[in-house]
Design a protein around this ligand. Structure first.
Ligand code: PLP
Length: 392
C-alpha cells in the first residue's frame, strides 16, 4: 500500500489562520476598539427573495408524492441548463444545453476537471493566484510553472511564446488582484492555446461584477475559445450562494483533443463520480435567471460594487497604486511606503483597527501588495476609508 505522497508537497497555508490569530490578540488587548474586517472573501448580503421563495416552493414539492424527486440527472436539470444557456445567449455566446454541467460550485469542478487530463501535462498558473489551482495540481503531482503577474503588466500576464505548457489557468475578474482581461488580452491566450494545443481553464466566478460591455464576461466571447477552453462559473458571488452551493461548468462539444470529445469525457466523469446538485438548490438557482431574480441579484452586486468604488476612490485620492475595484469586488493595492504585506497588515491593525489580506499569501509576486474586499457593509466600508484617509 502506498499513499499519495504528493500531499506532502502541499505548502501549509498559514494565511487565514495567522490573520485570525493576530486579530484575536488585538481584540483581547483592545476590547473597546471597533475592528473593521475588509479581508472577507465571503458574501454578507442574504439570498434574494425570489431565491428564498423558490427554495420554499421546491421543498414543498419534495414533500408531496406526485412532485417528489429522487436522483436527478447528474449533469443538472434541463430547466437550469436552459436558463444558463439563455443567459449566455444574451452575451452573444451560443451554447447547447448539453455543454453546460451543473455543479455544487466552481471550487469542486476546478479540482475535479483534472481527472480528464493526464498527469504528465505542464500547468501554467499566474502568480499571485487563487490557491486551489496550485494545490489541486500538486496533489496530482503535475509540474507547475508560473506566469508572473506584476505592476508592469497590470497583474494581467500575457502568453510567452518561449514557454511551453499544456493546461493554463486564467481567472478574470481575478481573485486576488481584481484585474480584468480585455478581449484583446484573452484573444492572445486563446491564440496561444490553439497554436500550442493547450487547454485554458477559465474561472469566471466574478463575471457578474463586470460593468462594461467592452470587457468579456465569458471566454467564449473570443473566437476560437470553444476549441481550447473550459469555463467555470458559480452563483456564490453572483447571488450569495456561498452557503447554498451551486455553479456550473461549460465544456463545449467543439473541444476535441487527440480525437476525443472532452465534453463526453467530462460527462462520463460526472455520471461516474457525481450524483448531481439537490433539486431544491437547482430551483433556487433557476430563480436567479427570472426577470425579478436578475433585478434582485443585481441590487446586491451593485451594493458590493459601490463599496468597492468607495475603497478605490480612497486609493485614488491618496495616490496609492491598485488594480481591481471597478469590475471586481477586490482591490489589490501596493502597500504605501514600500511596506511588506505583513508589515502593512500589522500597521493597519495597530493604527486604525482595519483587517485586510496580505498579498504575499497568494504567491511570491504578492509581496508588497494587499487585498481589500467590498463584501462588508456600507457603513463599515465608509468608516474604514475615513480612518485610512487620516492615516495616509
Ligand atoms: N474561483 C475563485 C477565483 C474564487 O475566488 C472562488 C471563491 O472564493 C471560487 C472559485 C469558488 O467558488 P465556489 O463557491 O463556487 O466554490
Amino acid at each position: 500500500m502506498n499513499i499519495n505522497k504528493n500531499y506532502l508537497n502541499l505548502e501549509d497555508s498559514y494565511l487565514f489562520s495567522t490573520i485570525a490569530k493576530k486579530v484575536s490578540e488585538y481584540t483581547k488587548n483592545n476590547p473597546d476598539k471597533k475592528l473593521i474586517k475588509l479581508g472577507i472573501g465571503d458574501v454578507t448580503l442574504p439570498l434574494a427573495p425570489v431565491v428564498v421563495e423558490a427554495i420554499k416552493k421546491s421543498a414543498d414539492e419534495m414533500g408531496v408524492q406526485a412532485t417528489f424527486k429522487g436522483y436527478g440527472p447528474e449533469q443538472g436539470y434541463a430547466f437550469l441548463r436552459e436558463a444558463i444557456q439563455k443567459y449566455y445567449e444574451r452575451k452573444n455566446v451560443q451554447l447547447v444545453s448539453d455543454e453546460i454541467f451543473i455543479s455544487d460550485g466552481a471550487k469542486s469542478d476546478l479540482g475535479n476537471i483534472l481527472d480528464i487530463f493526464a498527469l504528465d501535462n505542464t500547468v501554467l498558473v499566474p502568480d499571485p493566484v487563487y490557491p486551489v489551482y496550485v494545490d489541486t495540481n500538486t496533489m496530482a503531482g503535475r509540474k507547475i510553472i508560473y506566469a508572473d503577474a506584476n505592476e508592469k503588466n497590470g497583474f494581467l500576464p500575457l502568453p510567452d511564446e518561449n514557454v511551453k505548457c499544456d493546461i493554463i489557468y486564467i481567472c478574470s475578474p481575478n481573485n486576488p488582484t481584481g484585474a480584468v482581461y480585455t478581449k484583446d488580452g484573452l484573444k492572445k491566450w486563446v491564440d496561444y492555446a490553439l497554436k500550442n494545443d493547450a487547454i485554458i481553464l477559465f474561472d469566471a466566478a466574478y463575471e457578474c461584477f463586470i460593468k462594461s460591455k467592452e470587457l468579456p464576461n465569458s471566454i467564449y466571447e473570443i473566437e476560437g475559445a470553444e476549441k481550447c477552453a473550459i469555463e467555470f462559473c458559480s452563483f456564490s458571488k453572483t447571488a450569495g450562494f456561498t452557503g447554498t452551493r451551486c455553479g456550473y461548468t461549460v465544456v463545449p462539444k467543439a473541444l476535441v483533443k487527440q480525437n476525443c470529445s472532452l465534453n463526453k469525457f467530462w460527462l462520463r466523469r460526472q455520471t461516474t463520480k457525481f450524483n448531481g446538485v439537490p433539486y431544491i438548490v437547482q430551483r433556487a438557482a433557476e430563480a436567479i435567471f427570472s426577470q425579478e431574480g436578475q433585478k434582485q441579484i443585481s441590487e446586491n452586486i451593485q451594493y458590493y460594487s459601490e463599496n468597492a468604488k468607495i475603497i478605490a476612490d480612497t486609493m485614488d485620492s491618496k495616490g496609492i497604486w491598485y488594480t481591481g475595484g471597478k469590475h471586481s469586488p477586490y482591490i489589490w493595492l501596493k502597500c504605501p511606503n514600500n511596506m511588506k504585506s505583513w508589515e502593512f497588515f500589522d500597521y493597519l491593525l495597530a493604527n486604525i483597527a482595519i483587517v485586510g489580506t496580505p498579498g504575499s499569501g497568494f504567491g511570491k509576486n504578492g509581496e508588497g501588495y494587499f487585498r481589500l474586499t467590498s463584501f462588508g457593509n456600507r457603513e463599515n466600508t465608509i468608516e474604514a476609508m475615513q480612518r485610512f484617509s487620516k492615516l495616509f
